[in-house]
Write a protein that binds this ligand. Structure first.
Ligand code: DGJ
Length: 731
């Protein structure tokens, strides 16, 4: 078996000399993109050329420049920040990495790994610069490993997961998404980069609830648009504090880097050990964000996230309807009602657990993961039985990394809590973070959830929440000497628990959340079936937040709940709410006992409509048209992979007087196929079709894409869901 694998592996081992003999350029290619590296006469590694189709991107320059002495540069050279700094035995900080060798390995069909090995000219460290290419998707995954070959512990004040330079003369334009309590995840910032340094830092510790999301789009020559600007989409595979930085220097050269933000100190690497940065995923496009998103979504579904080929169920979550006021009777009632609506999964959120320090408010009980006997006298098992009898799956909320000081867990295991020696503790939502760097804590987290997942009848869904930052940054397990490693050890511990659980329970779906949202990172996505991106469920927020998420995250991985927010507003009719949630993984978050008949009927219609098209949304390709930031008639469409079906979702967000006749673009259809259009999700009481009745119902893909789809709106916050189905053209 081993031999066979060896034969399949194409390994090119080039040069391994101390003299840095001349090496040919090294090229890594995907179906449509290529990255070319070169080694200069002094042995320094350069990014030489980056292309997608016939577009040459202005990215090039040294990959590990020294901060002090540009290698091979005499005179007054520009001082780069560089991607790596070390602190060795004699406080060595000057890095002068020289090429040693490289390997290009075919790991499996369509996936190649390039590893370029570099040695410092004087200090015994080895750096492995790794880039994996997923050829069919044009996705590159990149990370750096630093190996300590010295006889002393070294520190790494800086080690970037991604670093590159580009000539900024033609203009470099950045698009990013702030979070601020997740409510602002719906903002899109676009700016032209200029001289000086810009640093986007998230300092939450273990999530991105405040500050920038760990993703960016770079437009070359113009602001990134959907279908023409050459651009690059970049996502950091890391859920912890992060730093994205940009600096255009006096040579008009841009330095861009992505790294773990280690404000707790520099991580140490013991003798003979190594440190790997988290991965960064990137994709280039000659034709704007649209094409890049489509490739990225396909890659995420097939290569990154679990069960990317499986349809996500329609859930109803107890939180916004009931908060912590849940019990066996009410949950049983709501499950039965949910079934009537067509819901497939009921998720019991916060409030179901703890006894001595009962979980009735967020001030106590967190960490005591057993059923509250007053609320659930017959345990979760009784609820799972009811759910299964009704034909529903059952899901349960946990917040495994956190603890209230008022809990049995905190009182029994004070050494598991992150608190700073000699400092007062700082609470957020009355809670503390567990010391997840500690393997005992990791085992506790695993066993907590394992205990419930191993029961029969079984739970099929876990919501994993995180409602506080690292506010008391000290790991008692790591002790004084290794606090700089805390974030790495914490995050690796978090991922390892998720990995153990998802491996042991491949049929259980996991939803990762980070308190009110702001969760949209490729680190957590590797182990999640969906993200909860924002607690703000008002439709005017959802449309922009879901839009932003859709640049990187496939629709199936963004849960979109229909609720009564904001405050039972009637400005947003149920149809509009459902049409907005249809652009992702639709679900609800309502107490069915508080919904009126009109709402319940509209929910039935909306859920039925979504079921009829969700395979197109969740497994198809997305085409975004006018966006909700610049337009009052935003729209988007999904096309099934075989192009036989397509769903157009179009919205009217602005104020209008009377009737508005407009049209939406449609894209991605097969030009030669004929499609019939029908309108879906029209509640019974709604007698006003949005599809203009004067339009021909059957046309070819070419005709539809040329003419667009004529729509009629009659109010603000109106919307249309139009289904295209392939048909034979009538003779
Ligand atoms: C924050 C989440 O975003 C909500 O959906 C809910 O799960 C609460 N936490 C529960 O405390």
């Amino acid at each position: 078996m081993k031999k066979c694998k060896f034969l399949l592996t194409l390994t090119l081992l080039i040069a391994s000399t101390a003299t840095f003999a001349k090496v040919d350029d090294i090229t890594l290619k995907s179906a449509e993109s290529a990255i070319v590296y070169s080694i200069n006469d002094a042995g320094a590694l350069y990014l030489k050329k980056v292309t997608n189709k016939s577009t040459i991107f202005p990215m090039s320059g040294q990959l590990f420049p020294s901060q002090y002495r540009p290698l091979g540069y005499s005179g007054n050279g520009v001082r780069y920040e560089g991607a790596l700094t070390i602190d060795g035995e004699n406080k060595e900080t000057v890095i002068e990495l020289k090429y040693q060798s490289h390997t290009l390995t075919t790991e499996r069909d369509g996936v190649e790994l390039l590893t370029i090995t570099l040695l410092d000219s004087s200090y015994p460290i080895t750096v492995k610069y790794n880039t994996r290419v997923y050829k069919n998707y044009n996705v590159f995954e990149q990370w750096t490993q630093v190996i300590n070959n010295s006889n002393n512990i070294i520190e790494l004040p800086r080690v970037d997961a991604m670093y590159w330079q580009a000539n900024a003369t033609g203009g470099v334009f950045l698009e990013w998404y702030p979070s601020k309590q997740a409510g602002e995840f719906g903002k899109r910032i676009q700016e032209k980069l200029s001289y000086g340094k810009k640093s986007l830092e998230c300092r939450d510790g273990i999530r991105h609830k405040e500050g920038p999301q760990p993703e960016m789009v770079i437009g070359f020559g113009d602001y990134p648009n959907e279908d023409s600007t050459p651009c690059m989409l970049v996502a950091f595979g890391w859920s912890g504090s992060s730093k994205f930085s940009y600096e255009i220097n006096s040579d008009n050269q841009l330095e861009t880097s992505i790294s773990v933000l280690n404000h707790y100190g520099a991580p140490k690497v013991k003798v003979g050990e190594s440190l790997d940065t988290p991965p960064v995923y990137s994709i280039l496009s000659s034709n704007g964000k649209g094409e890049a998103s489509r490739y990225l979504h396909r890659w995420v579904r097939s290569e990154l996230m679990p069960a990317g080929d499986q349809i996500r169920p329609i859930d109803n979550n107890s939180w916004e309807g009931c908060f912590m006021n849940v019990n066996e009777e009410s949950v049983t009632r709501m499950m039965k009602d949910s079934k009537e609506l067509g819901i497939e999964l009921y998720v019991l959120d916060d409030g179901w657990f703890a006894d001595k320090y009962a979980r009735n408010k967020d001030i106590s009980g967190l960490g005591d993961w057993f059923e509250n006997p007053k609320k659930l006298p017959n345990g979760i098992e009784a609820l799972v039985k009811v759910a299964n009898k009704e034909g529903l799956e059952f899901g349960l909320w946990f917040e495994p990394e956190m603890v209230n000081p008022e809990s049995e867990l905190a009182k029994n295991h004070p050494n598991w809590l992150m608190t700073m020696p000699n400092k007062e503790i700082s609470l957020q939502r009355t809670q503390l973070t567990l010391d997840v760097a500690n393997p005992e804590v990791q085992d506790f987290m695993f066993e907590t959830i394992d205990k419930y997942l191993s029961k029969k009848p079984s739970i099929k869904f876990i919501k994993w929440d995180v409602n506080a930052n690292i506010n008391n940054p000290y790991s008692p397990y790591l002790g004084d000497k290794y606090q700089g490693n805390m974030l790495y050890e914490y995050m690796n511990g978090y991922y390892s628990v998720l990995e153990r659980l998802t491996t042991k329970y491949p049929n259980v779906f996991f939803q990762t959340c980070s308190s009110g949202g702001g969760r949209s990172d490729f680190g957590a996505l590797k182990y999640s079936h969906t993200h909860w991106i924002s607690d703000n469920t008002a439709p005017n927020h959802r449309i922009v937040a879901q839009w932003n998420a859709s640049i990187f995250i496939p629709a199936m991985a963004t849960t979109a709940h229909v609720t009564h927010a904001p405050r039972n507003s009637v400005a947003f009719r149920p149809k509009y709410r459902f049409d907005i949630s249809m652009m992702a993984q639709l679900g609800m978050e309502v107490d069915t006992r508080k919904c009126d008949t009109e709402y319940l009927n509209a929910a039935k219609t909306g859920i039925e409509a979504y079921k009829s098209v969700r395979d197109i949304v969740q497994l198809g390709d997305l085409y975004r048209h006018q966006n909700p930031f610049d337009s009052e008639i935003p729209s988007l469409n999904f096309v099934s992979q075989d192009k036989t079906r397509c769903l157009l979702l179009a919205y009217q967000t602005g104020e209008i007087n009377g009737i508005l006749r407009t049209s939406s673009k449609i894209d991605g259809l097969d030009p030669k196929k004929n499609y019939k259009v029908t309108e879906i999700n029209l509640p019974e009481q709604d007698s006003h079709p949005r599809l203009d009745s004067q339009t021909a119902v059957i046309k070819s893909g070419t005709e539809w894409m040329g003419s667009g789809v004529p729509l009629v709106y009659s109010r603000q916050f109106d919307s249309a869901a139009i289904l295209f189905t392939e048909v034979e053209k009538p003779k």
